[in-house]
Design a protein. Sequence first.
Length: 199
Amino acid sequence: MFKIGVMASGGGSNFKAIIDRIGEGDLEAQCKFLITNNAGCGAVGHATTYGIPVYHISGKTHPDQAAYEAALLEVLDKYDVDLLILAGYMKVLPVSLLKRMPDRILNIHPSLLPKFGGRGFWGLHVHEAVLAAHEKESGPTVHLVSEEVDAGRILGQRTVPVLDGDTPAELQARVLEQEHDLFWRVIKEYGENLVSSRA
Ligand code: GRF
């Protein structure tokens, strides 16, 4: 059993997929908190349903950068999680947070990294770029978070076909379906290895 914390900004479908797998017993982990920079996002609704504590920490709640970073670190200190999971977290993490959790922060990105990653590649922009490049395949990547955006060590990928006439939204939906099945499996493998390497 290991402990995770999740950060999310959006609809939270990946967050929900992870906590559903925990609820089903497929992923033997505890989700201790959700940190969001967007108090009205779908992920908050899922956390509330599952009784997971929510922390709204953003430039609005903490306009001072040092106070913002201290608030994030305070949540990490309180729960002492093994892994921090970025499930659609749309802000670049401060270096202080990366240093607190070296090789223990996982992100999911909706392209086959290293293709179509880095600043500017988020949301539908990713899928628009894949279609514009006439790629035959796309798919999600789970990777470790490092200081360079979307460039940390790759832990898992899935491929889906790019179909003739796909719209960005259709491709996004096909990739997202795979995200939901990939992310929890990678979290499980990485988390279990982490715990057993400490034993
Ligand atoms: C996903 O496409 C993920 O790859 C990216 O952000 C999106 C989050 O979607 N990092 P959701 O909020 O989990 O539905």
